[in-house]
Design a protein around this ligand. Sequence first.
Ligand SMILES: NC(=O)c1ccc[n+]([C@@H]2O[C@H](COP(=O)([O-])OP(=O)(O)OC[C@H]3O[C@@H](n4cnc5c(N)ncnc54)[C@H](O)[C@@H]3O)[C@@H](O)[C@H]2O)c1
Length: 175
Amino acid sequence: MKQYFDKAFSKIAVLGSGTMGGQIAAHFANLGFEVIMFDVSEEVLAKSLAVLKKLKPTPLASQSVIDLIRTSTYESMDILAQCDFIIESVVENLDIKKQITEIKKVKKQKLLVGAAVGAGPKEFDRSKAIIKEGVDLIVVDTAHGHTKKVGEIIKFIKKLKNNNLRSKTIFNIIK
Ligand SMILES: NC(=O)c1ccc[n+]([C@@H]2O[C@H](COP(=O)([O-])OP(=O)(O)OC[C@H]3O[C@@H](n4cnc5c(N)ncnc54)[C@H](O)[C@@H]3O)[C@@H](O)[C@H]2O)c1
């Protein structure tokens, strides 16, 4: 498998060293790739590595695989720039205000922007708020697409669309 991917990339960055990031990094390291896990601080990274070493069942093919996983904060963006494949596994659930701030930043650059909502009770307000900001793509992010609440949030978003809050907004609902 590594030989196949070797042609495409060699150095992999994983942004976020939590449950997903740590184990994604482990699997790439299992294949022999050099992996660099990024997170917000050295403390978080040290804790994540410690968790990774102790996980049961272990995602590490052997204990020495851990040596192939390097860690970094964003102090030096050069390290990130050297990576030719980047996977993001950063924590979600920004509060609505913070999410709006991020949307505004992208809109200011006159770029298309997507944003995710969940299916919980707070997500109705989130949907309204992000639509008001003119997001171009809405992702209903769920691992439980068959549930009633997912259907309800999708209906709600469609209704907002039909009410034409922002005529130029393109809605894509990904289940
Ligand atoms: N855990 C699961 O079973 C699971 C399943 C499917 C999808 N996901 C998705 O994967 C993503 C990560 O989930 P997780 O369970 O690993 O979360 P987690 O909370 O275990 O880890 C997230 C990590 O992201 C770090 N982080 C925050 N801002 C960062 C930044 N700017 N750069 C780098 N790192 C940053 C946090 O410090 C933390 O270590 C989420 O979007 C989640 O919805 C998780």
